[in-house]
Structure formats: structure tokens, C-alpha cells
Design a protein around this ligand. Structure first.
Ligand SMILES: C[S@@+](CC[C@H](N)C(=O)[O-])C[C@H]1O[C@@H](n2cnc3c(N)ncnc32)[C@H](O)[C@@H]1O
Length: 225
């Protein structure tokens, strides 16, 4: 995505009261306008993390963005439900100023996560942050197209902008990479249920389920290696 367009996003309140970022130029936002927290919880936490149901989970997120999926996962860890090693890919990090404006930690009523969350989101660190509250974290500033790890993850949160905005994220080649990055039995979840996306996932070797989507979306996809 063009760096100029990546700078065009501004906060927008969604229908469940939580904030996201929206670009008028692109006609695109980081989450559903029907509810950012609601969508992330439905697609990534319930259909992904809770479905996996393992005590220790290696998560790969494609598109860290505002860090909402990271925070929702961290809260599950703090509640004692699992331990997570969280790897996030983000070539266009959201600025500290916007993260402060969004204030996801206040929305989720976990103000104690505010400082550690912002540190992890914005510090340019090579490698892992030590586990805190059951979650270890690393952020890689590389595009998914350059990600080469294999047999390393139980769960992929595939949270790219939609195919209408970034078609290059939803290709057979990218899904082959995701298939290789997962361990056998590993799962990829995404909010997008487009027919071509489903067919590309199947061609990459996944078994794909169509599940009911969050409010405002009929379906979402879960793909198992
Ligand atoms: C829908 S937003 C992610 C929302 C995010 N998960 C959140 O909770 O805020 C898509 C993200 O993908 C990132 N992105 C764009 N190109 C990418 C690429 N080639 N590889 C990985 N991420 C990319 C964008 O910068 C953006 O932050």
C-alpha cells in the first residue's frame, strides 16, 4: 500500500462505541463500522483463539494495525485462559498519537495495559518482549509477502484490508505462505468470506469452513491446515 494512503486514516467511532481508523480517500477502515471490538472478538478470539482451545498458543497476526486483536488476546491471557506467543506483521505502524487518541485500553477497561501496550506497539525492538501477563510479543516490520517462517504457529489472525483495497494480500501465494507457517492442524481465521478468497485458501491446501459473521457481515472464514 502507498505510504501516503497509509497516512490518511483518522479515528472513527463504530456502532458498539469502540474506535477504529478510517480513510475517506480509500473508503476503508481498520475494523467493521458495526463495531470494532465486537468484530475482533467474534472473528479472531471466539472463532480462532477459543476454537483452538490450547493452553499455549503461537499466534501470527497479519496486519497489527491499531493493536486491538493483540489487546483482546492479552486480556484472555490475563484472565488465565491461555499463554500466548504473539508475532505481529506490520509494515506501516500506526503512530503513537493515533494510538493514544484511540485509547483501546480504556474501551476494554484495562487501563493497566495502557503503558506496556504503547511501548510494545511503538518501540523499534529487534526480537521478543519478555512475557507479561501471559503474553510474549514481537513485531516485525515486514510485509507478509516476505515472511518465511515454517511450521511455527497454531493460529493466524489474517486481518488485512479487504481485497478491494489490497488485492495483493489475498493471493494464492500469500495463503501458501500462511499454510507453511502453520503447524499441521493449525488454523487461519479472517473476516473476509469472498468466493475468490475461499478458493485461494483451498488451492493453498486449507480445509475451509464458512461461519456466521459478526453483526453486519453474513459470513467469515476459518481455514485449517
Ligand atoms: C485491517 S488493518 C488491521 C487491523 C488490526 N488488526 C487492528 O486490530 O487494528 C490492515 C493492516 O494491514 C497492514 N498491512 C498493509 N500491507 C501489509 C503487508 N503487506 N503485510 C502485512 N500487513 C500489511 C496495514 O498497515 C494495516 O495496519
Amino acid at each position: 500500500m502507498d505510504e501516503r494512503l497509509a497516512q490518511d486514516f483518522l479515528p472513527l467511532r463504530t456502532a458498539d462505541g469502540s474506535l477504529t481508523l478510517r480513510s475517506e480517500l480509500l473508503g476503508e477502515q481498520y475494523h467493521s463500522v458495526h463495531g470494532a471490538v465486537q468484530e475482533s472478538t467474534h472473528v479472531f478470539i471466539k472463532a480462532g483463539l477459543e476454537h483452538i482451545g490450547k493452553p499455549q498458543v503461537d499466534v501470527l497476526e497479519v496486519g497489527l494495525g491499531t493493536g486491538l486483536n493483540l489487546l483482546l488476546t492479552w486480556v484472555r491471557c490475563l484472565e488465565g485462559k491461555c499463554l500466548v506467543r504473539y508475532t505481529a506483521l506490520e509494515p506501516h505502524p500506526v503512530s503513537l498519537g493515533l494510538l493514544v487518541e484511540l485509547d483501546h485500553c480504556a474501551d476494554l477497561a484495562w487501563p493497566g495495559l495502557h503503558d506496556p501496550f504503547l511501548e510494545r506497539m511503538t518501540e523499534n525492538r529487534d526480537g521478543w518482549w519478555e512475557p507479561m501477563g501471559g503474553l510474549a510479543f514481537r513485531q516485525l516490520a515486514i510485509p507478509v509477502q516476505d515472511f518465511h517462517e515454517r511450521d511455527a504457529f497454531d493460529l493466524v489472525y489474517f486481518d488485512a484490508f479487504g481485497p478491494g483495497t489490497q488485492q495483493e494480500m489475498w493471493t494464492l501465494e500469500v495463503f501458501q505462505r500462511m499454510h507453511a507457517a502453520l503447524r499441521p492442524g493449525g488454523v487461519l481465521v479472517t473476516y473476509c468470506a469472498k468466493g475468490q478468497v475461499r478458493r485461494n485458501l483451498q488451492a493453498a491446501g486449507f480445509v475451509v469452513e464458512r461461519l456466521p459473521g459478526p453483526p453486519g457481515k453474513r459470513e467469515m472464514l476459518r481455514a485449517t491446515r
